[in-house]
Design a protein around this ligand. Structure first.
Ligand code: COA
Length: 156
């Protein structure tokens, strides 16, 4: 699942401005880059969803944005940049008490803005929640390249 061209008018169905400054959301939370030392809190959040999210080999902390509310990290999402062509939006988790408030949409938008700043041409996400990402402007890719998977673990 890839995002529409960053410069297209269609991008970011819920997107806002492209400024990188932390923003207050609809509720009481702030979206900001993660700080050094916050990886344990991010890991705890991701660990709430062992079926949905990979726990090992997380991106480095500087790749993450977090949502903070009342001094706690209640959401996280990383942008892993592979090249000028491609970056992955991954490790998206929102604490169960804070779902449905637009936190994830704002985290994905922060990743999108960082991708634009770094002149990345396309974002993708491998997800169990395609409906959510479609709402964020991602579409099933039908362009000149196709993502193919080869299963190395017959049990999975
Ligand atoms: C999926 C998840 C990230 C959504 O977080 P959230 O903060 O509740 O989502 P938001 O409130 O930002 O939702 C934004 C919009 O997406 C919609 N949405 C949320 N989850 C959705 C889903 N699973 N399928 C379709 N749409 C969804 C919301 O209804 C909302 O729509 P609206 O703007 O029309 O009101 C969160 O439920 C989560 O952490 N799940 C467990 C971990 C996970 O599955 N991560 C993603 C895998 S890569």
């Amino acid at each position: 699942m890839t995002e529409r061209e960053p410069n297209s008018d269609q991008h970011g169905a819920r997107g806002g401005s492209d400024t990188a400054a932390p923003r207050h959301g609809e509720g009481q939370f702030v979206i900001r880059p993660a700080k050094a030392g916050e990886l344990p809190a991010i890991r705890r959040l991701i660990g709430l969803y062992p079926d949905e999210l990979v726990q090992d080999e997380l991106p480095r902390v500087s790749s993450f944005f977090v949502a903070e509310s009342d001094g706690s990290i209640i959401g996280c999402c990383a942008l892993q940049v592979y090249s000028r062509r491609l970056a992955e939006v991954r490790s998206l988790a929102i604490h169960p008490d804070h779902r449905g408030k637009g936190v994830a949409a704002q985290l994905v938008d922060a990743c999108r803005r960082r991708g634009i700043e770094r002149r990345v041409r396309q974002l993708f996400a491998v997800t169990s929640e395609p409906g959510f990402f479609e709402g964020c402007g991602f579409t099933v890719h039908t362009g000149w390249k196709t993502a193919l998977f080869s299963n190395l673990d017959p049990g999975s």
